[in-house]
Design a protein around this ligand. Structure first.
Ligand code: NDP
Length: 249
């Protein structure tokens, strides 16, 4: 059986990806930051789907935690065939870039960009060492290309993930490892909960998402499964938009 490591798998999009992978036959390392109860619920659902789950609490911004996460994933399943860099946080409060503070910037860089960058490095090195080339999928955002001046820190981290995908795709191709960026649009999760009414208007009335509905975590899960199952054998460094057409505007 193949194994996947999904960061931030306790809730939202990560949960949707973990469950889609479990139904597709992958054992899943369910990483989370603090919400043990939610992570246990996901692990239970993974097992109900007939796959194995391993729970690993690890703060992606912390180098020691990242090293332990990789070590525990290999202890649990002996392999990582798929890494999904999903975990991410939005700024605690939106602030115009002329007023933004460094504390929020540092926090977002640590979790959203530095964490996936060095986790990808560590997992890639293990894949090379073990001779088990796999796939790496990073969840970025339409914020990677949309200049939202009231959350510049978030946009910068997501744009950084786009370049990270290209860099690792270019470097790892010779080892048979392929690397993808999945760009979700507006997806119904805890992250978008606080702005639900505004997004309802944007999606349903103004049509910023041309397919006029909220995206669901399962929509992103299905795209990741397509990559994981090898449906793109001659592609790497590719962007897959899962956004109901948001990028067309
Ligand atoms: P949620 O807030 O619903 O879930 C966030 C997940 O990340 C949780 O599992 C959380 O764990 C985990 N997490 C948070 N901080 C850390 C950390 N320091 N280390 C490890 N895990 C952490 O977010 P979404 O599901 O909405 O977002 C998932 C990804 O998709 C993010 O990268 C986000 O930027 C991106 N995205 C989301 C969109 C949306 O519309 N929702 C649109 C485009 C991109 P815990 O439960 O323990 O707190």
């Amino acid at each position: 059986m193949s194994a996947a490591l999904v960061t931030g798998a306790s809730r939202g999009i990560g949960r949707g990806i973990a469950l889609a992978l479990a139904h597709a036959g992958f054992d899943v390392v369910v990483n989370f930051a603090s919400n043990l109860a939610a992570a246990e619920e996901v692990a239970g659902e993974v097992e109900k789907a007939g796959a194995k789950a391993a729970l690993v609490r690890a703060d992606l911004a912390d180098a020691a935690d990242r090293a332990r996460l990789v070590a525990e994933a290999y202890e649990a399943f002996g392999t990582i065939d798929l890494l999904v860099n999903n975990a991410g946080v939005a700024p605690a409060r939106r602030a115009d870039i002329l007023e933004a503070d460094e504390e929020s910037f540092d926090r977002l860089i640590g979790i959203n960009l530095k964490g996936p960058y060095f986790l990808t490095q560590q997992v890639a090195l293990r894949m090379i060492e073990h001779g088990t080339p796999g796939r790496i999928v990073t969840i970025s955002s339409m914020s990677a290309y949309t200049a939202s001046v009231n959350r510049g820190d978030y946009c910068v981290t997501k744009a950084g993930l786009s370049m990270m995908t290209k860099l690792f795709a270019a470097r790892l191709a010779e080892h048979g490892i392929t690397v993808f960026e999945v760009r979700p649009g507006i997806i119904a999760t805890d992250m978008t909960g606080p702005v639900k009414e505004r997004y309802d208007r944007l999606i349903l009335d103004e049509g910023v998402t041309p397919i006029r509905r909220w995206g669901q975590p399962e929509d992103v899960g299905k795209a990741v499964v397509a990559v994981a199952q090898g449906l793109f054998p001659f592609s790497t460094g590719q962007v897959i938009d899962v956004d109901g057409g948001f990028h067309l505007r």
